[in-house]
Design a protein around this ligand. Structure first.
Ligand SMILES: Cc1cc2nc3c(=O)[nH]c(=O)nc-3n(C[C@H](O)[C@H](O)[C@H](O)COP(=O)(O)O)c2cc1C
Length: 352
């Protein structure tokens, strides 16, 4: 079991090819409304889209086993499961001998005695399903307190959305399979994914997340900083290889006169620009919280790759058949949104 947060704590359990995956959410106040339709909609956004995703079919129905009665939290731990319906792992057996480059196979086999790479086991993207379910509960909880979080796809391969985007644009991306903000970009990103898939290859990209409604001063400092806890949680998502806030790495090439976000008064203190992504000293400066997460191309690809045969300790080749997304970026967007909501809800519960 793996946990995130303390006052509002989420615990993740299960494996890709076990009976179920699931989670426990502790700290949601008694009486918090939990809307099943909203959870189902969020879960559907994590599912692969026809044409650009894996053919693995999962119903992803969230079943509460304790903590929720008649759509309301009873104040105790909320436990839920999501059944795994697709558990044929025969195609994975060879990776116990010839590990896939780019996946967790090699270090997992070295670390855990008797490890079996059925479906990627505890390293599978399947475990992001309970994260999205718990994040959906956290999103409903923080929305009731005026904070809204949405994510969208900023880029796939070299197809990049160059527009400044708002939280409303991010929300509208739910209407496009790639989670792009426009039909034009959705078409171009789809072509990039299909082109990679045609070559038995995969492709990566960047998810951007925007949260609005955080008051100035919200968030912890130092090791509890809003950005540091968010970064830690987002980096825990499989295949995430970079996180940046606001203009991020581009700030390193600016002068202070260009990068600082000047303040002005308009009924309250506001910033003219948002190069910092809404965070100063670990706390909200009142501007929208904006961060991006880079996802690497899906490691499992159909092309032949070099590996080592661990039984015979000699060079070998490996190819991956079976159900794998040529691009996980659209499915990662709701996961980024979920961990952001869980971290914000936890910082709220801690009174930071
Ligand atoms: C939503 C989601 C779905 C994923 N699906 C796959 C997949 O189908 N095939 C695959 O090889 N990796 C998939 N991954 C990525 C692997 O789980 C990940 O690369 C692996 O666990 C190694 O971890 P690391 O990339 O963080 O080092 C997925 C990740 C996410 C977030």
């Amino acid at each position: 079991m793996y946990s995130l947060g303390s006052a509002l704590k989420f615990t993740l359990f299960g494996e890709s090819h076990s009976e179920h995956v699931g989670g426990i959410v502790e700290g949601l106040p008694k009486g918090t409304a939990i809307d099943m339709k909203t959870i189902e909609r969020d879960m559907s956004l994590r599912k692969p889209s026809v044409g650009i995703g894996t053919p693995r079919k999962e119903e992803d129905r969230v079943e509460f086993t304790e903590g929720v009665a008649d759509g309301v939290a009873d104040g105790g731990p909320i436990r839920f499961i999501i059944r795994n319906k697709n558990t044929d792992s025969s195609k994975y057996a060879k990776f116990n001998t010839t590990p896939r480059p780019g996946h967790a196979d090699l270090p997992a086999l070295a670390k855990f005695k008797g490890h079996d790479i059925k479906g990627g086991n505890q390293f599978s993207g399947r475990l992001t399903a309970p994260i999205v379910a718990a994040g959906s509960m956290a999103k409903q909880h923080i929305l009731a307190q005026g904070v809204e979080v949405h994510a969208f796809t900023r880029s796939i391969g070299n197809v990049r959305d160059a527009e400044e985007r708002t939280v409303r644009d991010a929300e509208a991306s739910e209407g496009f399979p790639t989670r792009a903000c426009s039909a034009d970009l959705d078409g171009k990103m789809t072509s990039a994914i299909l082109e990679a898939a045609d070559g038995k290859d995969s492709i990566g990209g960047v998810v951007e997340c925007i949260a609005v409604g955080l008051p100035i001063g919200f968030g912890g400092i130092w090791f509890e900083a809003l950005d540091s806890e968010l970064a830690r949680a987002v980096f825990s998502i499989p295949a995430c290889k970079g996180v940046e806030f606001g203009k991020g790495f581009a700030l390193a090439e600016m002068r202070g006169s260009e990068s600082n976000d000047p303040f002005f008064f308009d009924g309250g203190v506001r910033t003219r620009t948002n190069n910092m992504g809404g965070v100063l000293g670990g706390m909200s400066d009142g501007a929208p919280l904006v961060f991006r997460a880079a996802f690497k191309p899906t490691p499992s690809i159909g092309l032949e790759q070099d590996t080592v045969n661990l039984k015979e300790m000699r060079n070998d080749k490996v190819t991956v058949e079976g159900r794998h997304d040529p691009c996980i970026v659209p499915r990662a967007a709701p996961v980024v949104e979920a961990v952001a909501a869980l971290v914000i809800a936890d910082q709220m519960a801690r009174g930071l």
